[in-house]
Every structure is written in C-alpha cells, then in structure tokens.
Write a new protein. Structure first.
Length: 106
C-alpha cells in the first residue's frame, strides 16, 4: 500500500475567490427585462413636465427641465419598435452617467 505524503494530507483546498457583487437597475422594454450596472446610472426620477418639440421623430416625446438641465425625453419602446409591456408603466426617467448627451425615456 502506498504511503501518503504528510504535506498533501494536511493541505487545505484553495478557497474560491469571492464572486463580484453586481448591483443592477432593472427595467422592462416590451416583453424583455434589461439590467444596467448601478454605477452607470446618474439618477432615477419621476418624469418632469414634458414640452413637445416640433419636427422631431415620434419616439422623442419632448424636452424637460430637471433642476436647470434641459434633457430629452425618449420612449425606447417606440424607438426600437417594441410592443409595449403589459401592465402599468412606471412614471420614471433615468439619466445615464456614461452618455455624452443626457437622455431619458418616458
């Protein structure tokens, strides 16, 4: 019978590296759920009053004043020609940190 080297018998298995915790903001477009890393989102707010803009595509719902910043309100379901999600649509807008142009959707 083979002898077991004592160095191997007392060796501890390598500990698995801790999985990276990822925090997401999840939203629905059409029938699909999407998630964006929370670090990429500047804020989520109630959609402010929207002023219509002439001669813009139908998916651009207008512009809004958010604490002095003029932002575009964009309907992504309409922009990407997705069937609207079933059920109530939350009245929220999101600003992205990584976009050069501040955008929102209605």
């Amino acid at each position: 019978m083979a002898e077991i080297d004592p160095a191997f018998s007392s060796a501890k298995p390598e500990r698995a590296k801790a999985a990276e915790l990822v925090q997401l903001i999840v939203f629905r477009l059409g029938d699909e759920d999407y998630g964006i890393r929370i670090e990429q989102v500047k804020e989520v707010t109630v959609t402010p009053e929207v002023a219509r803009m002439p001669k813009t595509p139908p998916f651009i719902k207008g512009i809004a004043n958010l604490r002095g910043d003029i932002i575009a309100i964009i309907d992504l379901e309409e922009r990407f020609r997705l069937r609207p999600a079933a059920g109530p649509c939350p009245n929220a807008a999101t600003r992205w940190r990584w976009k050069p142009l501040t955008t929102r959707w209605a």
